[in-house]
Write a protein that binds this ligand. Structure first.
Ligand code: ARG
Length: 694
């Protein structure tokens, strides 16, 4: 943070007395230059109206565009009786007196505040140059007691990514990974104690299937080489065999179903008044009866054979049963698959700037905790027996939209839902979290709502835990034609492959500028970073609930609001810094009042907003909040490069190279370096790695 003594002395140089403070109003002037302005605005508005400082603070708002002011006060929000808002607005503007601000503009019921350029530049750029990587990040937000840095850090678990071993790592998992990674960075920057958790899909009959498949099709060599790909291939093959094997039985069962429907047609609904009765269903013939009997007999025979052989499916069930019973032989392969997959995931996550603190998974949920949950459900009459299985009818529990759900199968084995219930409990026991966020695709909205609801019905401690939980949902990734992407459909090969093809694409773009390319230290790594930026920025470009399409051409373009554009903006200032060769220490003492061109003033105003944007992002938790700001800011930055002198239309008035004096050069460089710093801070918050050359 910035030293408050320094701020006080800066403020007195700028002609204002000590920063006012108000009981019940939490401002953070050591992190946020705008909070200095807030303090004076509260002071002045309070003087003029006697409104409560806390109410004034809540009323003062951001503007959508800087042309409407740096901050705005909608007077009705002061909730004062008597004077008309328009009158009061004029009155406030008239009485307002602070050397840091221009005379406010009263416009209808609004008072618009504009900060004076020179003091704003002095304050803001010094904040940025001093705080560097920390500018905007306010660690007080994650403390138990507001305003007390020494109080306990709140504990957050974010569960995200959570792929299924041997099944494809699909774009839904990629989105969960990207969004979850962002949330962890956001809360960490806000001072929370965060834990990244990966809840692997690593349990169930399908692992019995996989083990069998590996015996038949597996290769140790390929497994070591690319475990995710190989296990997926093996899994697809054995599943294929299984469906071939099951096909006759499946067809017979379908035929039997059809016939039975004809035999026992559903009762026709009573016709509404005035409507004709529906025609009688056709008669059930003797021939059809014969047909049904032979189909039934054949089906029984085929099913018996499947069990006697035994079938792939039956072997998978038995194998999984052995895993559940802790049979070391059965678990040996599974454990190896799991470990190798985790190693491979880790490499991929590293490319995305993500590391998990906790690899849990469905396999780690303890049977005793599931039993415990089951007995609570039974005792509290939440669950009921249904033909030997256990179900919860959420409609009976006041949630008609959530329907009925199975919590235990007839053979006594657990389900995805049961494991989620017990896992939630286990995490609360282990971490005593203040908050837990599940980042799960919208296809599972109902599943999440169901297990949240069940937990809340279960009472203490389940209820307390789930009240601290939140589901952050997100839309699907489609291909540019609007189809869902799937490795099975062949629209994507694998996640690693699509990262690689984005990387090759960016590498080719880089090669086009041979001079620059020669100077990039590690072109492979840079191309990879650019590709990841392209993918992430595209993912962040809309609200999380929206679907978007994975469009390689669009996201890798340097034009438009893309990842490569942000990287380019960053690298461009880096190159300017290298050429100018001014030491940082000299920038801090520059005369910032020399930044007078309209473009420069606008850029400063935008840079001052970054801590507020961070704060707003902490409220919305939408990465697009950061992204929208970064694009606005970088557009202002790029308009500075070409800014023309009002007197001399040919001179680039904000060019560091051609600055008319050393003083001006330092001031301009300080501005560009600050813009680069803010850009880098925003990019890192989003999980991007800013590059210095490209
Ligand atoms: N493994 C699951 C899937 O791929 C996602 C897990 C989400 N997390 C949870 N707690 N259910 O569909």
């Amino acid at each position: 943070s910035v030293d408050m003594d320094q701020i006080t002395s800066q403020l007195s140089q700028l002609g204002v007395s000590e920063l006012p403070s108000f009981p019940g109003v939490q401002l953070y002037p050591q992190y946020n230059p705008i909070d200095i302005y807030r303090a004076y605005i509260i002071e002045q508005v309070h003087k003029a109206t006697e409104a409560d400082p806390a109410i004034i603070n809540n009323a003062v708002a951001w503007t959508t565009d800087l042309k409407h002011g740096d901050l705005v006060l909608p007077v009705p929000a002061l909730r004062l009786k008597g004077q008309k808002p328009d009158e009061l607005a004029k009155d406030i503007a008239l009485k307002f007196d602070c050397p840091l601000l221009e005379k406010p503009v009263a416009e209808k019921a609004f008072v618009r505040f504009f900060f004076k350029p020179a003091p704003l530049a002095t304050l803001t750029l010094r904040y940025i140059l001093q705080q560097k990587d920390a500018y905007a990040f306010n660690p007080y937000l994650g403390r138990e007691e507001p305003g007390k840095l020494e109080s306990r850090q709140k504990k957050l678990i974010v569960e995200y990514s959570s792929p299924n071993i041997a099944k494809e790592f699909h774009t839904g998992h990629l989105r969960s990974t990207i969004i979850g990674g962002f949330l962890v960075k956001l809360y960490t920057a806000a001072g929370w104690d965060t834990t990244s958790m990966n809840y692997l899909g690593d349990w169930g009959k399908q692992y019995g299937m996989l083990s069998q498949g590996f015996e038949k099709y597996g290769s140790e060599e390929q497994l070591e080489g690319d475990p995710i790909k190989h296990l997926n291939e093996v899994y697809v093959k054995i599943n294929n065999d299984n469906s071939v094997e099951q096909k006759p039985a499946k067809q017979l069962a379908e035929r039997k179903d059809e016939l039975e429907k004809v035999k026992n047609p559903p009762k026709p609904k009573k016709p509404a008044k005035g409507q004709e009765a529906p025609p009688e269903p056709p008669k059930w013939t003797e021939e059809q009866e014969k047909d049904l009997q032979s189909v039934t007999a054949e089906l029984e025979k085929v099913q018996e054979e499947l069990v006697a052989k035994p079938s792939i499916d039956e072997k998978a069930r038995q194998f999984f049963k052995r895993m559940v019973d802790n049979d070391t032989d059965a678990l040996r392969n599974w454990e190896k698959f799991r470990n190798l997959s985790i190693e491979a995931y880790k490499k991929m996550y590293a490319r995305l700037n993500i590391a998990f603190d906790d690899y849990s998974g469905e396999s780690t949920v303890k049977v005793e905790d599931m039993d415990k949950a089951a007995s609570v459900l039974e005792q509290k009459n939440i669950s009921e027996d249904s033909k030997g299985a256990v179900i919860v009818d959420l409609a009976k529990q006041g949630a008609p939209k959530l329907g009925k759900t199975l919590v235990k199968k007839r053979d006594g084995t657990s389900l995805y839902l049961t494991r989620d219930i017990a896992a939630n409990y286990e995490r609360f026991e282990k971490y005593a979290f203040d908050k837990m966020i599940y980042v799960i695709a919208s296809q599972q909205d109902v599943h999440v709502a169901q297990f949240f609801k069940i937990l809340s019905l279960m009472g203490s401690p389940y209820k307390e835990a789930v009240e601290r939980c939140e589901h952050i949902t997100f839309g699907m990734v489609k291909d540019p034609k609007g189809q869902t992407m799937s490795t099975r459909k062949g629209t994507v090969v694998s996640l690693a492959d699509s990262l690689d093809s984005a990387k090759d694409f960016m590498h080719n773009v880089m090669r086009k500028n041979a001079d620059k390319y020669a100077q990039v230290e590690n072109p492979e790594a840079t191309a990879d970073t650019l590709a990841i930026s392209a993918i992430m920025v595209q993912d962040y470009s809309g609200k999380m609930v929206n679907n978007y399409s994975f469009d390689m051409d669009k996201m890798t373009s340097f034009e438009g609001d893309t990842g490569p554009y942000l990287q380019y903006s960053h690298a461009r200032v880096c190159s300017m810094e290298r050429k100018a060769g001014l030491p940082r220490a000299e920038l801090l003492t520059a005369d910032f009042s020399l930044i007078t061109a309209k473009e420069g003033v606008e850029l400063v105003r935008s840079l001052a907003q970054w801590p507020d944007v961070f704060l707003n992002t902490y409220r919305t938790r939408e990465p697009v909040t950061v992204l929208t700001y970064l694009f606005k800011m970088t557009h202002l930055l790029s308009s500075c490069y070409d800014a023309k002198d009002a007197g001399n239309r040919n001179a680039k008035t904000m060019s560091v190279m051609y600055a008319e004096s050393e003083e001006k050069k330092r001031a301009l460089m300080a501005l560009y370096v600050s813009a680069r710093q803010v850009l880098a801070n925003g990019m890192r918050l989003l999980g991007l790695t800013p590059v210095e050359r490209m």
